[in-house]
Design a protein around this ligand. Structure first.
Ligand code: M6R
Length: 607
């Protein structure tokens, strides 16, 4: 997730407008920043690695000539954060500048073709193919709009792009598919494009939405939108009633809720992980004797799920060890036949980095799974899988947990195929299962939010909760309990349901809330037994169930319903979503700020 912006103004001060707009988009990424303007038919670029304030201090982004410009603040996906990988990116002659948010899936094929035809690339980014494609079309004699249209038709994946062309200093071209892009207009004095409304909200609240599969030419004379068939689209201007703060959160009251709702998109993007990258990781996993997941907090629960996926899909034994315990538990175990899979959203968690370094010293191979390109963990790893959740601002991990499960599922499927545990058709069926999850999550968000919110009425005075599940569902239960604990400050314990009768059941008295993660899977019959045990002792039962599961519905006080997905191998993954919402609404009900829980930091960089 990056932030892009473009502006055409009659008022001057284009550098200042771009800098301020980028600052307001910084929540979308801050690995590097850059701007490009056109003046006297020449493109001027300033860009560098770092946050906007740091780069501004070094380069003064406000000092750029012209009345038109584009800008970018980057969340790295392809290529480390560096000056060369910073946007804007240009064609061979520096006549076309492009900023992009999204992932161009087919960039390597396009890059190969363009390189063969003499185009020179300088960065590792997927974006750079775009200016070169436009250059190719313009050299073939197409007019600018058609060149942009034909370029966009060649792109697969997600993109919002803004394009400046030196020969046309009065216009910006934009296009979008599965990445956000809005246009802002103010009389004949300003036209903007941006990833998000706050970029231009202090100047105008007059907005035109661009939809997927549309291209537009922006100038002070107006906005011309067309679809990919070249047909003209008429779109009205809307007046947005938003404060800048609300707009930054996409209209949601908190980042946490916004991020919960971003999960379909985040997962979809993560499931696009390059197959070559998966194969590289699976080779390492296949060649070692011992696989150990290590991570902290939410990422540890993802590791537990990873263990289930590896065992069930690829018949591969592994273990999950909390990073802060790693050296104590593993000191006589690690050797060069070991692979450690270190999972960290931030890639900067001190405990996880220490565990990985320790294992590396003893000769182990390190695979990292991280949401942060170029982070410390990824730098010491032998291979990395990047999740694609975009920046997560809320301290509570939500979308980053889900995408970790997505990445682990993909790795497990690939390893199963690699080891010939499944054939190509079975692999494809599993991929279909995974690819259907974003839609299921969307349905949960659309249908379940209201019932989850309403349920807090009955539970907000409870001071302790037990969360139970069996198999992989116990890891989901633990993550659900962690969410409630960290943002609603309510004691909650996640446990393997079968183990609850060996101790935790002593806590149960009249009205004690017990949450069950209870899909219709191989654990179903036994979980009903566990529910009955708790019920018999007066517990109030909250169950996350498949929508047609009448059996558990009848014995529960509260149910959160998940759409039926009978044959879907990965259906358990989505059961975390209502539990995230439950924690969120419990916190809100208690008047707490879910985005900034006390005593916690987004990345724990102390041991
Ligand atoms: O960045 P990491 O994934 O390494 O972070 C690990 C934990 O600190 C993190 O998951 C923490 O538990 C979150 N607050 C959970 O919501």
């Amino acid at each position: 997730m990056c932030g892009i912006v473009g502006v055409i103004t009659a008022e001057g001060g284009v550098g200042e407008v771009l800098s301020k707009a980028l600052k307001r988009l910084e929540y979308r990424g801050y690995d590097s920043v850059g701007v490009a303007t056109v003046n006297e038919n020449r493109i001027y670029i300033k860009k560098d690695k770092g946050k906007i304030d740091e780069v501004n201090e070094r380069l003064d982004l406000t000092d750029v000539p012209g009345l038109i410009g584009i800008g970018h603040t980057r969340w790295a996906t392809h290529g480390i954060p560096s000056k060369i990988n910073s946007h804007p990116h240009c064609d061979c002659e520096n006549r076309i500048a492009v900023v992009h948010n999204g992932i161009i899936e087919n960039y390597s094929g396009l890059k190969e073709r363009l390189t063969r035809n003499g185009h020179k690339f300088v960065s590792e980014t997927d974006t750079e193919v775009v200016p070169h494609l436009i250059e190719e079309k313009l050299n073939n004699g197409l007019n600018t709009f058609t060149a942009i249209l034909e370029t966009v038709k060649e792109l697969k994946g997600s993109y919002a792009i803004a394009v400046l062309i030196a020969d046309y200093p009065d216009r910006i071209y934009v296009a979008r598919n599965e990445s956000p892009l809005v246009i802002g207009v103010k009389d004949k004095s300003y036209v903007f494009c941006a990833s998000d409304i706050p970029a231009f909200l202090p100047i105008t609240n007059q907005v035109i939405f661009l939809y997927d599969g549309e291209v537009a030419e922006l100038s002070l004379n107006g906005v011309a939108i067309r679809n990919l068939n070249g047909e003209i689209i008429n779109r009205e201007i809307l007046e947005m009633d938003l404060t800048p703060e609300m707009a930054k959160k996409g209209g949601f009251p908190h980042f946490m809720l916004k991020e919960i709702f971003e999960q379909p998109k985040a997962l979809k993007n993560t499931l696009r992980i390059d197959e070559g990258r998966l194969i590289e990781v699976c080779k390492i996993l296949n060649e070692c004797d011992r696989i150990i997941f290590t991570s902290a907090g939410t990422s540890f629960y993802a590791g537990l799920c990873g263990k289930y996926f590896l065992a069930n899909l690829s018949r591969t034994r592994s273990e999950a060890v909390i990073s802060s315990e790693f050296d104590e538990v593993m000191k006589n175990i690690i050797d060069e036949r070991t692979t450690v899979v270190a999972i960290s959203q931030s890639g900067e968690t001190s405990d996880t980095i220490s565990a990985a370094k320790y294992a590396k010293r003893l000769g182990a191979k390190i695979i990292s799974i991280s949401n942060t390109v170029g982070s410390s963990l990824t730098r010491l790893a032998d291979a990395t899988i990047y999740t694609q959740a975009g920046p997560e601002i809320g301290v509570a991990a939500t979308k980053t947990f889900l995408v970790q499960l997505g990445a682990l599922s993909l790795i497990s499927c690939k390893l199963a195929e690699f080891k010939a545990v499944i054939n190509r058709d079975e692999y494809k069926k599993l991929l279909n299962d995974l690819n259907s999850l974003p839609e299921i999550i969307q349905l949960i968000l659309d249908k379940t939010e209201r019932e989850v919110k309403a349920s807090t009425e009955a539970y907000h005075n409870s001071i302790s909760f037990l969360y139970l599940g069996r198999g992989i569902n116990s890891a989901v239960a633990m993550e659900g309990a962690l969410k409630l604990k960290e943002i609603a400050y309510i004691h909650a314990e996640g446990y393997a349901a079968g183990e609850s009768k060996h101790g935790p059941i002593a806590l149960i008295n009249q009205g004690f809330p017990v949450v069950f993660v209870a899909p219709i899977d191989s654990t179903h019959n036994k979980i009903i037994g566990n529910i009955m045990e708790m019920k018999a002792r007066g517990a109030r039962i909250i169950s996350v169930i498949e929508e047609e599961d009448k059996e558990i519905q009848l014995i529960s006080d509260t149910v959160f319903r998940i759409p039926k997905a009978t044959d879907n191998f990965f259906k358990q993954i989505v059961y975390i979503v209502p539990l995230q919402l439950f924690a969120y609404y419990m916190a809100v009900r208690k008047g707490l700020d879910p985005d900034k829980p006390r005593n916690l930091a987004k990345a724990v960089t102390v041991a």
